[in-house]
Ligand binder design. Structure first.
Ligand SMILES: NC(=O)c1ccc[n+]([C@@H]2O[C@H](COP(=O)([O-])OP(=O)(O)OC[C@H]3O[C@@H](n4cnc5c(N)ncnc54)[C@H](O)[C@@H]3O)[C@@H](O)[C@H]2O)c1
Length: 368
């Protein structure tokens, strides 16, 4: 059994509890320490609820990293974005492996520094780009790799949400407030919050490398400083093209991540709100609905399934799959497939390029 500490994820936090539940699903790691909040009393209250020893609940992440070094196998960083860089750094400095939520850092220089630190110290550094953990995303990836849709020509990926279609950040809403604050979020709102998932998912599924982009980032809600909607034109190393659309001002949308990939032999379509189904559209043949859990599913997708066919899976289990690969790596030293710090660096470079392109009238930029 591995032992881990959590930084962030305090009372009322959105995603920290999801990480804890996902980690408990595989029975691979126990939570033994935490600095869940900047407020020690709040951290203590949660620590008691979670059954932690009182002396393993810390006032600061730095203190946690210093005193837990050698006693834990990894730390999970699930704070608001501005605290990722200093907290991941404190852990790495103390020799602690880290799983951090996305977006990795505020700048690519910070992200590169952390990846170098991990490499020099031989530490494992992962990122929870959640959507890589879905079985049918795995199926899509394996079908593309074995050539089922032929050579990819066009990619269309969108991630619209509607929860910021009004200026929620002016109402005291905790998660909206820091996300809309340039100092805390890192210079983008919805690009870093949901656009980052698209950026990770497309190369993960297709194996293609993004080489050029042209971005237009907008603030659709009046008075908002940062982007809540954006469109990005893309080109890849193979010559394939694409278009990404992300939004948190798409009124009425909930969590509409959709990936559509078109090759010269067929197309694939996956929608996060119907995650157990993948639509395969071979050229000149009737479209087929591929369902999770069916015996003929490809091995990676099969390995990611928890429940029998027809019993829907989703977000929590996707986190659990990413953590399973991460914990397997820590336990066996084997190189297993989960999003890494290097992926996080690429993600921040992508965001920087989008911001620059948008500021320059949607100019085309090389990325790499
Ligand atoms: N992978 C996903 O699908 C996904 C989903 C939601 C959020 N996220 C990411 O998770 C992170 C957290 O988002 P959230 O919505 O849960 O935010 P949140 O505001 O709900 O929670 C953040 C928590 O971190 C704590 N915190 C902040 N700074 C701290 C510090 N220095 N030391 C200790 N605790 C500190 C806060 O007290 C709070 O408990 C963000 O980076 C976000 O982008 C990822």
């Amino acid at each position: 059994m591995l032992k881990y500490a959590m930084i962030g994820g305090g009372p009322g936090a959105f995603v920290g509890d999801v990480h804890r539940r996902a980690l408990s699903l595989n029975g691979q790691a126990d939570l033994v320490a935490g600095c869940f909040s900047r407020d020690l009393e709040k951290s203590r209250v949660l620590g008691r609820e979670l059954g932690l020893d009182e002396d393993r609940v810390y006032a600061t992440p730095e203190e946690l990293a210093r005193l837990e070094a050698g006693d834990i196998d990894f730390a999970v960083v699930v704070t608001s974005n501005e605290a990722h860089y200093p907290n991941v750094k404190a852990c790495l400095k103390s020799g602690i492996n880290v799983m951090c939520d996305k977006p990795f850092t505020h700048t690519s220089a910070q992200a590169e520094e952390l990846v170098d630190m991990a490499r020099e110290r031989g530490l494992v550094l992962g990122l929870t780009y959640t959507y890589a953990g879905y079985p049918m995303v795995r199926q899509m990836r394996e079908m593309i790799a074995r050539g089922d849709i032929g050579e990819i020509r066009f990619i269309n990926c969108e991630y619209p949400q509607g929860w910021l279609a009004e200026p929620l950040e002016n109402t005291g809403h905790v998660q909206a407030t820091w996300r809309a604050d340039p100092v805390r979020s890192g210079g983008t709102l919805s690009l870093s919050d949901v656009g980052s998932h698209i950026e990770y998912l497309v190369p993960h599924v297709t194996g293609l490398r993004l080489t050029r982009l042209a971005a237009r980032l907008d603030s659709l809600v009046e008075g908002r400083i940062l982007d809540d909607n954006g469109v990005i034109l893309t080109e890849y190393d193979s010559g394939a093209r694409g278009v990404y659309w992300y939004s948190q001002a798409a009124t009425g949308m909930v969590n509409g991540l959709k990936v559509r990939i078109f090759g010269d032999k067929g197309g694939l379509e996956w929608f996060q709100e119907d995650p157990d189904h993948l639509r395969f559209m071979p050229i000149n043949e009737p479209a087929r609905l591929i369902t999770r859990g069916a015996p003929a599913l490809l091995p990676g997708a099969m390995a990611y399934s928890y429940t029998p066919a027809g019993h829907p899976e989703g977000w929590l289990l996707a986190f659990a799959n990413i953590y399973k690969a991460f914990c397997d790596t820590l336990a066996t030293g084997a190189s297993v497939d989960f999003p890494t710090g290097e992926d996080g660096v690429r993600g921040i470079r992508f965001m920087e390029a989008c911001l620059e392109s948008s500021k320059n009238n949607t100019a085309w930029l090389e990325v790499g």
